[in-house]
Design a protein around this ligand. Sequence first.
Ligand SMILES: [Zn+2]
Length: 260
Amino acid sequence: MKVFGTEAIVLTSRDYGESDRLVAFHTADCGKIRGIAKGARRSRKRFCNTFEPCSLVSLECRERNSLYWIEACSLVEPYLPMRADVERWAYSALLSEVVLEMVPDGEPQPELFRLHKETLDRLEKDRDPQNVLIMALLRFQFHTGYMPALDACTVCGRALKTAKKWYWHPGQGKLVCPEHFSPAAGYTAVDLGTLALIHYSRNIALDRIWRLRMRQDVKLPLFRGLLDWIRHHTGKEIRSLKVIEQLVPSMAAGAGRREI
Ligand SMILES: [Zn+2]
């Protein structure tokens, strides 16, 4: 089998057998893959510090029977300033979890990889890392096809501009007008301006998405809505959320859910 190279982001890494490491990557050319680094624990020099989660690496491997054998791996960007800031680090870990759970193995999706890579860059330097994560998760929803058009009521087709307040169910991918809203778990109230911003964010160039800023009072309910969406589709709790709840007081478990 021929050796090929690709840029990749490390998702997880664990010991495997006597002397190997099993590493999950989000790659530019092959989508999400799992690779085996033979002898990585015996010879630390060969893969020196390259399997740290959320690092950007340059990978060389060969594929055999859906398994990837890592020949070489070199560090491109360790995102050290991001690692030094626990909140930013927790957001990048959350994104890794989302990719790990929601991106199918072995399906190349270059746009999704670019989104992941740019999000890590932004999480490192943007003044508002929570806004970065929200924009990234919204864009992720568009790419994976879970996001409804958000331009009319899913039930009656009523146009967006005919009502000021709407109700979004991220888990079910529904947007309903006040007439078709019934108080139930999972709904997030969204104002017209925020919906317009979300709508706008789906089609603009990726490098411009970071300039969009969610209103301060909108961010938290929207973030919670997006987390509900992740839970709904993975059927699992989000491990890194526990860290975020400890770091960001407004995210603490049990803190009142506010409407947008
Ligand atoms: Zn309706």
